[in-house]
Design a protein around this ligand. Structure first.
Ligand code: PGA
Length: 238
């Protein structure tokens, strides 16, 4: 059994004070390197300082598709690495929807993150219309095509049905297991597949027990220290 990862995604939330208090508690909980928190860029260095001496990993929520140059407002993958980031999300559905990220942009971001030595959590997922039309698996596998050439040790897939993010709805065990196993069949059995979408302490253990689930990507519940620690404790560590 693979060690299960639990990754918090703070999105556009937090403050210096919150980084200090939440991460200090997470460190005290004594987690291994299977637990990570993705904070907004300005807090990477502070977060890295707080988790130093522990195994907790710090990550970013996105990186630029560019390395350097006249790209105002962008943050490069190598800068994230320099500030102590060990991983980054790429392709989160909010980035795809609100910031018009296309597969070709994502491909460039993946290359930048790989070159910088960041572990990638590549997010995929269908919206409700696609699921209702019975095309969810085909849609998600298509999103993953660009990842097929990568070493499976350098990334994880996060399956997050768009209709389950921040809505309180979670996919059923059957839906999760069918999708995760389809992803593994397509990408190779060793690829790690996380589930995300309204994960909380109350459903984490049940989701982690589903066949094919190698971890969780946690949004809203990662902002509450007790919730996130309780979720982290549900992960199996081999
Ligand atoms: P949620 O978000 O846990 O708040 O649904 C998950 C995510 O967007 O990664």
């Amino acid at each position: 059994m693979m060690t299960q990862r639990v990754i918090g995604n703070w999105k556009l939330n937090g403050s210096r004070q919150m980084v200090s208090s939440v991460l200090t508690e997470i460190v005290k909980a004594g987690f291994g390197d299977n637990v990570a928190v993705c904070v907004p860029f300005p807090y990477l260095e502070l977060a890295d300082q707080i988790v130093k001496g522990s195994s907790i990993q710090i990550g970013a929520q996105d990186v630029s598709q560019y390395h350097a140059g006249a790209y105002t407002g962008e943050v490069a993958a190598h800068m994230v690495r320099e500030m102590g980031g060990q991983l980054t999300l790429i392709g989160h559905s909010e980035r795809r929807a609100y910031f018009a990220e296309t597969p070709s942009t994502l491909e460039m971001k993946v290359e930048q993150a790989s070159d910088a030595g960041l572990f990638i959590v590549f997010c995929v997922g269908e919206d409700l219309g696609v699921r209702q039309r019975g095309q969810a698996v085909e849609y998600v596998l298509d999103q993953l095509t660009m990842m097929q050439a990568l070493n499976p040790d350098s990334f994880a897939v996060a399956y997050e049905p768009v209709w389950a993010i921040g809505t309180g709805l979670t996919a059923t065990a059957e839906q999760i297991s069918a999708m995760h196993n389809a992803i593994k069949e397509y990408m190779g059995q060793t690829v790690s597949v996380l589930y995300g979408g309204s994960v909380k302490a109350a459903n984490a253990a049940d989701i982690l027990a589903i066949d094919g689930v190698d971890g969780l990507l946690v949004g809203g519940a990662s902002l509450q220290t007790d919730e996130f620690i309780a979720i982290g404790r549900c992960a199996k560590v081999s």
